[in-house]
Design a protein around this ligand. Structure first.
Ligand code: ATP
Ligand code: MG
Length: 608
């Protein structure tokens, strides 16, 4: 491609809203333009790299035995009602109506679409397992699109769905997809950290996310340097850590006046104690829990109490959760424990109705209106302080297990750096991460709710079990730039560079033009993608642009050097003089070597 025929509007100025390197560089290098909030246009240069990422993903999916489909992006609302997600997806899902008032959805994901398609195609165990995928447009009405295409509203996702007759078959495909993901990211030049992830409310049995380290990442990764344990903090567990020096008491629990003392800080000051001695109790509401919380012993009073403020269509139930005073409740772990689509702190009014006291005096002792879930940390406490369900009153000398029996004991705390690894006991460290991909064992959620059945070997009807596997193409592309750039611009890994080689004549005329044209033709004939800067610009401008757009190899043709040309790698400072006659074959070899190195994925790639 000749620069004069390319549309590649580079910018010297950085748009103010572009605060991360990838967003800045995609705008400056003329890869991308914004059309609206969270809506972007890839310009030709950007699209070339985008397609390369897409094709790496496609080739690994094909190699793993997945079959590519091309479903519509707009799908009937009806199938979302069948799965139950019409209600639970909330406002992130864009719904529209057509001229005959039919409800339609702009796909945010496609479990429903593929289940609906395959239930009418699959009738026998002989057709299973099957693994299908698409690389297609998604729309999510993100509240706060940011960092360019890292979190857009419209984006492209590779999403695959597999269907199986048994767990072993699902396991096999799940592992194959994990291997394919590690290969994809390695081939893109990315360093990923696979972590254990939340498998959601719907009883999935396994889930792994592929993260890249990022200062602006939305995920907190909990990592163990010693044994390699790696988990999203939405999932991370830790070894029990009883508070040193706390001992059981024989004293009965007793009220203690705490006038106007509500927060843990006020309380520890007032009682001259530490937060670790306090049982923190929070009142929550579970949305769409699969468990019947009103059936928990001792909860007759509230029945299905309607929340004071919430959309009427959400079936919800209240509960209390207790955690040691110095720890935080993790709402994702809590929702998973309750098999709920989400949990939400109760409003002050609801807290008052449930505890019979103003906010700040909740406690598990004598609380009979809602079930109590106690974090593991609470059950290791002794001689504790809690709210006493009365204004200006707390209890002291509380012994968990003796003075209250939780409905459930579960691991619902947020694990942080410094907590101990459940496998080896070493202290965790933490990093911020951005999720590029997610693999997930779904089980029967969609096949049962949408009634997808096949006949097994004995002619009996069965539901298949299911897995799903996603990668964000745009986010992967942006993350490559995040990992590969310097103050001058992008430094593309060869596999995803928009062009492999840039040929830059100091002036596109006379002998320099002839030499540049010759290199362009020879490299092109060798199957190398070349960008020839045939513009009538100053050399400094041309060099700056090439550095900015990050082409891996640059050949400069200057009359002072001819019959030699200057070959320089974008990654390195120094250049080498090479005879014009040899330059094309030498550079073609370099390109092929770098491509081969990225494609040669070691078995251990992406493993901690
Ligand atoms: P996040 O937590 O970042 O919102 P998610 O867990 O909702 O992502 P999944 O449903 O697992 O995302 O989708 C699979 C992949 O799609 C993600 O790993 C990510 O790479 C990509 N993705 C999701 N949302 C966006 C978005 N708004 N913009 C760009 N890519 C996205
Ligand atoms: Mg995810």
């Amino acid at each position: 491609m000749k620069m004069s025929q390319m549309f590649m509007p580079t910018l010297r100025e950085v748009p103010a809203e572009a605060v991360v390197a990838s967003h800045r560089l995609m705008m400056r290098s003329g890869m991308l333009r914004k059309l609206g909030n969270g809506l972007f246009t890839y310009l030709p240069l950007g699209l070339r790299s985008f397609r390369k990422v897409e094709n790496i993903i496609r080739s690994e999916m094909d190699a793993a035995g997945a079959l590519e489909f091309k479903p519509s992006v707009v799908v009937p609302g009806e199938i979302w009602r069948e799965s139950g997600r019409w209600e639970t997806m909330g406002e992130g899902m864009l719904r529209v109506k057509n001229r005959v008032d039919q409800e339609l959805v702009i796909s945010p994901t496609a479990e429903e679409a593929f289940t609906a398609l395959l239930r009418s195609e699959i009738s026998s165990y002989k057709q299973l397992p099957i693994n299908v995928y698409q690389i297609n447009t998604k729309y999510r009405d993100e509240i706060r699109p940011r960092y360019g295409v890292m979190r857009g509203r419209e984006f492209t996702m590779k999403d695959a769905y597999s269907f199986h007759t048994d767990d072993e078959s699902l396991d096999e495909t799940y592992r194959a997809m994990g291997r394919a993901y590690r290969r994809v990211f390695h081939r893109c030049g990315l360093s990923v950290i696979p972590v254990k992830a939340d498998s959601g409310a719907m009883g999935g049995t396994g889930s792994e996310e592929f993260m890249v380290e990022s200062e602006v990442g939305d995920n907190n990764l909990i990592l163990c340097a010693k044994c390699g344990y790696a988990a999203n903090d939405e999932k991370a567990a830790c070894a029990p850590d009883p508070v040193a020096g706390s001992a059981a008491t024989d004293k009965a629990y007793a009220p203690i006046a705490t006038p106007r003392v509500r927060t843990i800080e006020e309380l520890t000051g007032f009682l001259k104690t530490v937060p670790q001695a306090f049982i923190k109790t929070l009142i929550y509401r579970a949305v769409n829990s699969e468990l019947d919380l009103t059936a928990a012993p001792g909860c007759e009073k509230l029945e299905r109490m309607a929340p004071a403020s919430s959309p009427a269509y959400y079936p919800s139930s209240f509960f209390a959760v207790c955690v040691r005073g110095d720890l935080d409740v993790n709402e994702v772990k809590l929702a998973a424990t309750l098999k709920a689509s989400e949990v939400e702190l109760a409003s002050d009014r609801d807290v008052e109705r449930i505890t019979g006291a103003p906010v700040g005096f909740a406690g598990p002792v004598g609380l009979s209106s809602v079930p109590v879930i106690a974090d593991l940390s609470v059950m290791a406490m002794h001689d504790a302080v809690t709210g006493a369900l009365k204004e200006d009153l707390h209890f002291e000398h509380v012994e968990p297990g003796r003075d209250f029996t939780p409905w459930q004991v579960a691991d619902v705390r947020t694990v942080k750096a410094g907590d101990k690894c459940p496998n080896c006991g070493d202290a965790f460290y933490a990093k911020k991460g951005n999720e590029l991909g997610h693999i997930f064992k779904l089980g029967y959620k969609y096949t049962k709710s949408m009634n997808m059945l096949y006949l097994d070997e004995n002619g009996k009807q069965q539901y298949p079990t299911m897995g799903c596997y996603g990668i964000g193409v745009d986010r992967t592309l942006a993350s490559i730039i995040e990992e590969h750039n310097d103050e001058d611009g992008i430094i593309w890994p060869m596999s995803v560079a928009p062009f492999h080689v840039a040929v830059v004549p100091i002036k596109y005329e006379g002998a320099m033009k002839d030499a540049a044209d010759r290199l362009y033709a020879e490299l092109g004939a060798a199957g190398i993608e070349v960008l020839l800067d045939d513009r009538n610009e100053r050399p400094g401008v041309k060099f700056k642009d090439m550095d900015l757009i990050g082409i891996p190899v640059r050949i400069v043709v200057g009359d002072k050097n001819l019959p030699n040309v200057e070959v320089k790698s974008r990654k390195e400072k120094d250049s080498a003089l090479v005879a014009l006659g040899e330059a094309a074959s030498r550079v073609a070899d370099t390109v092929r070597r770098e491509l081969a190195a990225l494609a040669d994925v070691p078995e251990t790639a992406g493993r901690p």
